[in-house]
Design a protein around this ligand. Structure first.
Ligand code: 5MM
Length: 341
């Protein structure tokens, strides 16, 4: 495969393919395993992820790359094969989460700043040797209008950190996924999500330009424009699509390598229906696909339940969600396909 940043980015958003976000940190994967009654150990985490990476049809046909966590990129399958080699054998590209998580922003209660820049140059060189050709850094922007969250300081600091991270990635020959996630957890309406997302993306691209990041060699991992969960309103796919594309047309340069959405707590089907609606109103200046964690993994996690006997059923559940999102990335999904399955 070509090692040029723009070619790697293009492969990450190849027609009908998207990313599997399997980069849950130890605390997050434990929460997911608690739900299905599985103890989180190095072996159970390995068995679970190996199950997905060995779902050959899903991986070869629908998955362009996998975002890994530090533990996973170094881990070997039960038969001793490095997990990275299993991923590469399917044609998917291994990637790595390199941020150290969102921490409280001093002086700004309710805001966070994502850490992890110290020593990043050295860590990127190590991850490159381990096979990573793209990386991910997630900034977390919460919305709580009554408390003045997010502050301009939080948006600015996170955008600056994303830009410094992206420049270091490109220096190391690694495509940066820039993920400025405006959370959907609040009580805000869809218009507020749009405004905060606009402020965030505007600042992000100002910082990326200033840091001399080559936009063709980047992937944006954004939230969709949605009403907050606690608002009690569910936005229709048509409204989500219309507002999300309007936002991107106003803020996201056409030059970037592509867009791969996070699911952010939407249900599996909602995330698929919204992605489909977005692509159905194209053509757009960018490829728009998925980089889902929960919306790809909730079903296989439930089907697996930590039992080797359930591996085939879990792989089938994963393949189904991957195929539904593959169709949505092409604007060809229909709700009946869910019922048929
Ligand atoms: C898979 O979840 C990722 C890791 O989260 P933590 O660092 O909190 O453990 C997360 O960054 C993920 O890649 C994105 O947020 C997208 O995941 P969702 O579940 O929102 O699609």
């Amino acid at each position: 495969m070509s090692e040029r940043l723009e070619d790697i980015a293009a492969a990450m958003v190849a027609d009908g393919k998207g990313l599997l976000a399997a980069d849950e940190s130890s605390g997050t994967i434990k929460k997911r395993f608690d739900v299905i009654g599985v103890e989180s150990t190095a072996d159970s985490r390995r068995d679970y992820r190996e199950m997905m990476f060995r779902a050959r049809e899903a991986m070869t046909r629908y998955i362009s790359g996998v975002i890994l966590y530090d533990e996973t990129i170094r881990q070997k399958a039960a038969d001793g094969t490095p997990l990275v080699d299993i991923i590469k054998a399917t044609g998917a590209i291994p990637g790595i989460k390199v941020d150290a998580g969102a921490k409280p922003l001093a002086g700004y209660p309710g805001d966070t700043i994502t850490e992890g820049l110290d020593g990043l140059r050295e860590r990127l060189a190590d991850y490159y040797k381990l096979g990573a050709r793209f990386a991910k850094w997630r900034a977390v922007i919460d919305i709580d209008v009554a408390r003045g969250v997010p502050s301009a300081t939080s948006i600015g600091s996170n955008a600056h950190a994303l830009a410094r991270y992206a420049a270091l990635c490109q220096e190391a020959g690694i495509v940066p996924i820039v993920e400025p996630e405006v959370l959907m957890d609040g009580a805000h309406d869809i218009g507020t999500c749009y405004e905060i997302s606009k402020a965030t993306l505007t600042k992000l691209y100002t910082e990326l330009y200033a840091a001399r990041v080559v936009l063709e060699g980047t992937i944006l991992k954004p939230n969709m424009v949605l009403a907050g969960k606690k608002s009690g309103n569910t936005s229709s796919p048509e409204e989500v699509a219309e507002k999300t594309i309007k936002l991107f047309r106003e803020t996201v340069p056409a030059a970037i390598g592509g867009i791969a959405f996070l699911s952010g707590g939407q249900s599996d089907e909602e995330a698929t229906a919204n992605l489909n609606a977005i692509n159905a109103i194209g053509p757009h200046p960018w490829k728009l696909t998925f980089s889902y964690g929960r919306a790809l993994q909730a079903a296989p996690q439930k089907a697996w339940g930590g039992k080797a006997a359930n591996v085939a059923a879990a792989q089938a559940a994963f393949a189904h969600r991957a195929r539904m999102n593959h169709l949505a990335a092409l604007g060809k999904w229909q709700p009946e396909l869910e019922q048929a399955a």
